[in-house]
Structure formats: structure tokens, C-alpha cells
Design a protein around this ligand. Structure first.
Ligand code: MN
Ligand code: MN
Length: 322
């Protein structure tokens, strides 16, 4: 039975700058019960290795998302006509104890999965994706390890930081592979660039079978060819999509903790996100938006737009699946 739908506040009636900020001006609801897609924030940046601030991401992305209208300009998809979507708020994550925070995030996502909704979240730093993946993986063990489509300047498959610490935003996907949460042969990382600690820094990931598409390769081939490869690699198997905002060039997304010059543009990001159509997506996120380093809200607006593109792909895929 279809679930009751929600519509954003109409900006033609009540101006965008008025009212409480929620994701896409959707209703704020107490739980994910009755939703197809739960929009949520994970305001935690305790895994950040450089400049912090992504804990403030969800609130600012909510604010900027008031600009997003209800219909996709290219596909004509009106996601709120196809999916029951609302803002379930932020996970209650304390900022002091990383182990406790990871537990709280996993429990929060497990709850959303148990309520039958797909989590579409805004971080937070990229370590927040690890407990999200753990929860989604456990929610349906029969499904097996998940695929991953990762837009990012960084591979995030390092091993240890600051001595012997296994949990930072530079390590989540190594941990997820080790834990059997992700299937490395169905992982693709797009936009990888920047100086490294050692020439073989990405070798461990490559040895596991992770497909790393550097920004140089992306520049040669373009978004359409790259996404055709991604779709072939993922086929119909369950996959998670994670969008680190630092994949985009810092001239267009300066508000982030670990900027790397020479990234893809916002337009290329949109083209790639539209290329996710047809994938079996089991969850998605936008991470590493850090408002204290933002200029004029441009990075938060980019994050909000990425969130909308993801939502529209989910709606499109739902329609194709019938
Ligand atoms: Mn990352
Ligand atoms: Mn990154």
C-alpha cells in the first residue's frame, strides 16, 4: 500500500526565508514510520583529521535547501509525488566520545531501517558513513556485503592515524571492507586526487579490488563514460552512494575540512548523480560540508542540491521498479 505523501512548503505562497528550516522544507516528523525515504542529519565531526566543522553541516544544508524547488529540471521527476519523504531530524550524537558516537549513529540508522525507510543523510565527517553502512548491512544480512559508489577527493582507506587509531574520516572504507560490510570488488571511488603520504598509499585498496577513478582519468573520460562503468560494475546488486563534498573543486565547494584543488565541477557532479539512475540504492549520504569554512553558503547549497539529485534518483528508480 502506498504511504501517505508529504509536500514541501510552497515557496510561491510562503517565502523561502520564512519558517523553520527543514530539509527541502518538508515536514519535521518524529520517526521514519510511514516514510519511504528519511532525510536526517548526523552532526558529528569527531573523526576529522584537519580542520573541523562538519558537525554544523546538517543545520546549514537545511537552511540552504529552502532554495530547492519540487521538480527535477531534466528528468521532470517530482520526487514527493512518488515517495513519502520527510525530515526526521538529527541523530542525537554526543561530540566527546567517538566510540559512543559511532554506536549512537548505528543505532539511529538501524531504527530507521527497521521502520522501513531508506536513510538519506547529511553529515558530519566521512567517518559517520561507517556506522551507517554497518546498520544497513545488518538490517538485511541475507543481502550480503554492499557495493559503494563514492564521490571524493580521498580514498578514505588508510589504516591508522595519530599512532594506532583505527577510526578517523580517512579510514572508514578500510574498516568497512575488513568487517565484511562492503564488497571491495563492487566499490568505485571517483575524483581521487591530491598529494599522498606515500606513493603506494592506495595500493591496499586496489589490491582488494576497489576501482579508483582518479581525477585525471575522470577528466580524460568524462562523466557519461565513467557512470556507464559504474552502472556495469554495480549491476542490480545493492549499493550505497556516498558523496564527500570535497570531491568537488574547492573553488565551488570551499566549505570543507580537507580541500584538494583540481576537482570536478558542480555541473559534472550533477551529471554523474543523474547517471546513478537504475542502480539498486539502499542508502545515501552527503558528508563533509563544513559551514565555518564556507563562503556565502555556497557549499551548503551544493550539498542541498546533491541531496535533491540523490532523492530524485531514488524516486526515478522506484518508478522504474514499479
Ligand atoms: Mn571522504
Ligand atoms: Mn574527502
Amino acid at each position: 500500500m502506498p504511504k501517505p505523501l508529504h509536500e514541501p512548503v510552497d515557496a510561491a505562497l510562503i517565502p523561502r526565508f520564512a519558517g523553520h528550516a527543514t530539509f527541502m522544507r518538508l515536514p519535521a516528523v518524529a520517526s521514519a514510520e510511514g516514510l519511504d525515504v528519511a532525510l536526517l542529519g548526523i552532526p558529528w565531526d569527531g573523526g576529522t583529521t584537519n580542520r573541523a566543522g562538519a558537525r554544523h553541516g546538517p543545520r546549514e544544508v537545511r537552511n540552504q535547501s529552502s532554495l530547492i524547488r519540487r521538480v527535477h529540471p531534466v528528468t521532470g521527476i517530482a520526487p514527493y509525488e512518488r515517495l513519502a519523504v520527510a525530515d526526521v531530524g538529527d541523530l542525537a550524537v554526543q561530540p566527546i566520545d567517538p566510540a559512543a558516537a559511532l554506536r549512537q549513529i548505528e543505532e539511529g540508522i538501524a531504527r530507521i531501517c527497521a521502520q522501513g525507510a531508506l536513510p538519506l543523510s547529511v553529515g558530519g565527517d566521512h567517518l559517520t558513513t561507517l556506522p551507517v553502512l554497518r546498520a544497513i548491512r545488518k538490517a538485511d544480512p541475507a543481502r550480503g556485503p554492499l557495493g559503494l559508489v563514492q564521490f571524493d577527493a580521498h580514498s578514505d582507506t588508510a589504516d591508522r592515524y595519530f599512532g594506532d587509531n583505527p577510526y578517523t574520516h580517512g579510514t572508514p572504507f578500510r574498516r568497512a571492507i575488513e568487517e565484511g560490510v562492503l564488497d571491495p570488488r563492487r566499490m568505485v571511488q571517483i575524483g581521487i586526487r591530491g598529494s599522498v603520504y606515500a606513493p603506494d598509499e592506495h595500493q591496499w585498496a586496489r589490491d582488494q579490488g576497489v576501482r579508483i577513478i582518479t581525477i585525471e582519468e575522470f577528466a580524460r573520460r568524462g562523466p557519461d563514460a565513467v557512470m556507464a562503468e559504474v552502472r556495469a560494475l554495480m549491476a542490480n546488486a545493492p549499493a550505497y552512494v556516498t558523496f564527500d563534498i570535497d570531491g568537488i573543486d574547492p573553488s565551488m565547494a570551499p566549505g570543507t575540512g580537507t580541500p584538494e584543488i583540481g576537482g570536478f565541477t558542480t555541473r559534472e557532479a550533477q551529471a554523474m548523480l543523474r547517471g546513478l539512475a537504475g542502480l539498486h540504492i539502499v542508502g545515501a549520504d552527503v558528508v563533509e560540508v563544513s559551514p565555518p569554512f564556507d563562503i556565502g553558503g555556497i557549499t551548503a547549497l551544493t550539498g542541498a542540491t546533491v541531496l535533491f539529485e540523490l532523492l530524485c534518483v531514488l524516486a526515478e528508480n522506484r518508478a522504474e521498479a514499479g
